[in-house]
Design a protein around this ligand. Sequence first.
Ligand code: C5P
Length: 292
Amino acid sequence: MKTLTLEAPAKINLTLDILGRRTDGYHDMRMVMQAVSLGDTVTVAEAAGGFSLLTEGISLPAGKVTLEQRAADAFFHRLGRPVPGLEVRLAKRVPAYAGLGGGSADVAAVLRCLRTLYAPDLPRQALEEIGLAVGSDVPFCVRGGTCLAEGRGELLTDLPPLPDCAIVLCKPDFGLPTPELFARLDGADLGPRPDTAAMAAALARGDLAAAAACLGNVFERVLTEEEGEEIRSIKEALLRHSALGAAMSGSGPTVFGLFDDRQKAVRAKEALEGRYRQTYLAAPVKILEKME
Ligand code: C5P
């Protein structure tokens, strides 16, 4: 029986800039995305009939067509073949609604499994296109590694990887709904923008300190005072523990810090996890093609 298990790495945004609202309701983005070793584990198995999704570590709302099922439907539609019976199992470790692309990573891992099991010759570009129909961050999660992402997030350019480092991720206990944050941006004065070109140049030089110095996320400019205070206090704690730089990831609220020394990162994690249960230690993950 066909079955495959793959890791589904989460992502962080080294930079996140928004260029403007589009006529289709989405926003044009310019961001540098990095896959990280915090991830879920996804198993896809051919089953007797229908689609079932079994999860550990999270409960799913009943009666909704899941993104995983939409991805499977879109995949077989693209192949022009009927959807076989499928069972998808998710072992969740990445917090949901956290700005880490956990849901997108799971969808991307389902697509990568389906390609290996049913259409190994399907080009990665096609898989990224299928992913975009399910979510804007899915194409990057199909590809992994380090990318400049533009358009809705699907126009991907590979970048040199973030140099080896330790990454501490810390999610405070409030949620930031993505569509609402995008709405707050419209018409807001965003002030100085993250320097995407400087980030790309730092990556090209393999200069971790320079990359850490130009982390930036425009969503941090549209937080309420209370939200902003909590994000700032996590950033300050990371920097006090010798992070080279810290920023919020995606539409938040997870904050991450980059460390050139694993021991310092371990101490930062230990200091934060007393207050924030969802604190993790991770590392950059290189492009996924080589992992399969
Ligand atoms: O593509 P996805 O379903 O993940 O997007 C969730 C929501 O985030 C969209 O409905 C939209 O409100 C917002 N979004 C956006 N521009 C993007 C990506 C997402 O406005 N490039």
